[in-house]
Write a protein that binds this ligand. Structure first.
Ligand SMILES: [Zn+2]
Length: 247
């Protein structure tokens, strides 16, 4: 299993959340929890450039324990962005992370799996010095995803070099992170993770706040459908991860 975290702030998410005010979350604690529970495992943190700018000490500490990769600079949906703007932000995030951690950044995950599956994006990644991407989500929903179900990592060859794409796994449905991991019961998750041994797990710092998030975020956001998509999990994430990682 490859444990990954998309390191971003709650207000960066692309769900249509109507914020009342910016959440004042202490990100240090959930990220320390992630470090502790990914010990001796293959783990990567895809860090948003803007997060690294705001919380440099947290990212520096994180880089001592897990691989640091890029999650872009702002959490914009790539398919809504001008290609050149996306490329500029990609390289900017790489530069910031490398300067901060003094380590080479070779991995990229697009915000909300929103990078179109097109050659020019892989070309730009290879040209920019990246070696792999984890931007491929195997089911289309209203926000992101691709229809083709690729089960294993595969290579996209470009004139600037090869990029390995490491897709998110799918069983009957995707299961290995975010909304899917929150809503699926633990017994089913355990079954899926056992069956898909190389599964990529993905989590977010705000999903690891040890509270009932449905209630916790009430002071920050108005209730609508996306509120439930974003925060429904009744504080189950830590327990689920512990059981899956150790089981
Ligand atoms: Zn993200």
């Amino acid at each position: 299993m490859w444990i990954t975290m998309d390191v971003e702030e709650a207000q960066d998410m692309n769900f249509n959340i109507k914020w009342k005010k910016t959440p004042d979350i202490d990100y240090k604690e959930p990220i320390e929890w992630f470090i502790k529970h990914s010990k001796n495992k293959t783990a990567t943190a895809f860090v948003l450039g803007s997060f690294a700018k705001k919380h440099p000490e947290i990212v520096k500490e994180l880089s001592k324990h897990v691989e640091i990769a890029s999650h872009g600079y702002f959490h914009k949906l790539v398919y809504t962005q001008n290609f050149k703007d996306w490329e500029y932000e990609l390289l900017k995030s790489k530069e910031i992370l490398e300067e901060l951690t003094q380590k080479e950044v070779i991995g990229y995950r697009s915000p909300s799996w929103s990078m179109p599956f097109e050659k020019r994006y892989y070309e730009a990644l290879a040209k920019g010095g990246f070696k792999y991407s984890s931007s491929y989500f195997p089911m289309k929903n209203y926000l992101y995803g691709n229809e083709i179900n690729k089960k294993k990592p595969f290579i996209v060859s470009t004139k600037y070099g090869d990029i390995q794409e490491r897709p998110i796994p799918k069983d009957i449905i995707p299961f290995s992170g975010g909304f899917y991991m929150r809503v699926l019961p633990l017994f089913l998750l355990k079954h899926f993770f056992k069956k898909h041994k190389d599964a990529v797990m993905y989590i977010h710092p705000y999903e690891l706040i040890d509270k009932n998030l449905l209630r916790y975020f009430l002071k920050y956001a108005h209730i609508n459908l996306d509120y439930f998509l974003a925060f429904f999990h009744l504080g189950s994430t830590r327990k689920k991860i512990k059981e899956i990682v150790n089981g």
